[in-house]
Design a protein around this ligand. Sequence first.
Ligand SMILES: [Zn+2]
Length: 283
Amino acid sequence: MKKESFLDIKNIGELKKSKYKVLSVRDEIRKNLLDKLEKREFVFEGLWGYEETVIPQLINALIAGHDIILLGERGQGKSRLIRMLVSLLDEYVPAIDGCEINDNPYSPICARCKRLIHEKGDDVKIRWVHREERFGEKLATPDTTVADLIGDIDPIKVAQGRPLSDPEVIHFGIVPRTNRGIFAINELPDLPERVQVALFNVMEERDIQIKGYKLRLPLDILVVATANPEDYTARGRIVTPLKDRFNSMIRTHYPQKKGNRIENSRTRILSAKSKGWNKYRGS
Ligand SMILES: [Zn+2]
């Protein structure tokens, strides 16, 4: 079935019939990245001077499905690099319509969608989410809270008489809202320790705790963080388990001026290839 005709699919039953496969965000990125490399298309365009350093490492990290931390000073194009990752997502993916966390139509994780499927089965409506909607970004500051990142109890729902034990009273923060997408956290060491622990729990333990209420939420997210190298290596700025969770650490540097570049984009891709992405092929 052609890509365009997928967009006409309106509910879970039709999606099942179409045999559409939902991939995890990491598998989706890996698939699209390998496809671009194969076709020798541009992957990260316009970051002069990164061809031999940052980009091959980034490609390897993405193929390996790692969460990534970019270490570098301000002005080294880190945020720009992260935003370019959005182009590696499928243009549209299906999600359960009205879901705050873009639930996978085949295996929803939020209480609301599980209830919907229980009630309506294959008639549950889906919506096609554009890749631009699947990116969340937060600048970490010392006053960033667990509520900002993870979520909070929604006072309106409580006022409507729902009990606190009802998982549907939760108002999700930016991390769950980026479910099935890419979440970027800038200046990670500025995040308070308590919030770092909450972030780690989401990434590793796949559960969230809001005001003592524990909820299992196996989110599907690629996390990319940035940090200043000095802050990152300073004792106590990042809690160890969170640090260990980033499997790929990539040092950035000041990009070169456009006129200084010595190679064209084709050699850029070939160099990425020779640096080992090839070994991941054939799966
Ligand atoms: Zn949902």
